[in-house]
Design a protein around this ligand. Sequence first.
Ligand code: FAD
Length: 427
Amino acid sequence: MANTPYPESYYAASANAAPARPALQDDVETDVCVIGAGYTGLSSALFLLENGFKVTVLEAAKVGFGASGRNGGQIVNSYSRDIDVIERSVGPKQAQLLGQMAFEGGRIIRERVAKYNIQCDLKDGGVFAAITDKQMGHLESQKRLWERFGHTQLELLDQRRIREVVACDQYVGGMLDMSGGHIHPLNLALGEAAAVESLGGTIYEQSPAVRIERSANPVVHTPQGKVRAKFIIVAGNAYIGNLVPELAAKSMPCGTQVITTEPLGDELAKRLLPQDYCVEDCNYLLDYYRLSADKRLIFGGGVVYGARDPANIEAIIRPKMLKAFPQLKDVKIDYAWTGNFLLTLSRLPQVGRLGDNIYYSQGCSGHGVTYTHLAGKVLAEALRGQAERFDAFADLPHYPFPGGQLLRTPFAALGAWYYGLRDKLGV
Ligand SMILES: Cc1cc2nc3c(=O)[nH]c(=O)nc-3n(C[C@H](O)[C@H](O)[C@H](O)COP(=O)(O)OP(=O)(O)OC[C@H]3O[C@@H](n4cnc5c(N)ncnc54)[C@H](O)[C@@H]3O)c2cc1C
């Protein structure tokens, strides 16, 4: 049987020790079968176990193999599309519920880290950096919007203040969110998996779900075993393939790439990011970066629509890094990798039920570290019969990408090119 290892990355190289987990080779029964051991699956499993459910997690490769173990590590609150867009699309009542939840994921991560003593280098403080006056104006209205939903810990940074936070000349200002922050993403996933097992949950690795038999007691088949469950949670996100065909048309896997420098040393690291906050800029195709615990710069950016792996990641991302930080021109890149996230046309998460007993959450379109933790809680609430918050997500409308399976990638790339051009022209 195939044994899929972690892709080479800084995170895999600095991962905490984790047990080898077996592949499923049996027929088992459980209350909830979770497909995918990323944050969505693990967060769901944890909330369910804490509420007395028996949970079995099937992971095609290894815990945190997908985006959850490869991302920029930025705890970014809210959704990939903001609440005013949601309000215009679905009205004030649903927007109120979603708006109130917009900062909950970050709190859940911190609770998890504290409760289960997860060693994942958690740091507080995230900055949205504006490159143009227009972007700064957008941040000002975003602050007012978020405050309307009770999120009041935000601080606008003028040009002088943002220089104190990040040694980059590109920015005219920004916004600091102290409830944002950063983590070692793979170690967060590994810590959550250990917490799942500490509560009696079972995780099988190298155990892809290859077929779901839909019925009153659905069965998930893997190459060598099967799980009969009362409920199934589909949490395979951009790596799910065509397991659930009805979800595939309304979402599209996309790649994004990350590089990691050699250790910069305390002095240079402190000059770049004196308070050790993470930063993302406000462009449509955004750059995001932060320091690791051992003072490397972890820098991400770029999107490949359709999720093909680029041949030379360093050649794509290093110029972006040097544009922000020309002072790093002689610094070596130690790691470069790619990972897939799942895009929806609205850039809002794709959430819902198939029949009575198959639930799914996927497609948070870029910003997913906080949302996926919230999703786990909301999915668990729904399985316990309290579906109001779940339904607020499930009722968000979703549409197929124009062009169908064949043409959606060039169409989306064209759209991104247009927005990228607007970023470049500052309009
Ligand atoms: C390079 C990169 C950088 C990013 N940076 C950030 C960031 O800084 N901040 C932020 O908020 N978001 C970021 N994101 C997005 C964020 O990482 C994701 O939204 C989030 O991790 C998705 O979690 P998930 O559990 O839904 O999916 P994943 O983490 O992708 O997990 C899905 C899991 O399901 C498994 N799986 C798939 N199919 C099957 C199957 N059939 N059977 C069993 N298992 C299956 C996969 O192997 C995988 O482990 C980034 C994404 C990428 C790719």
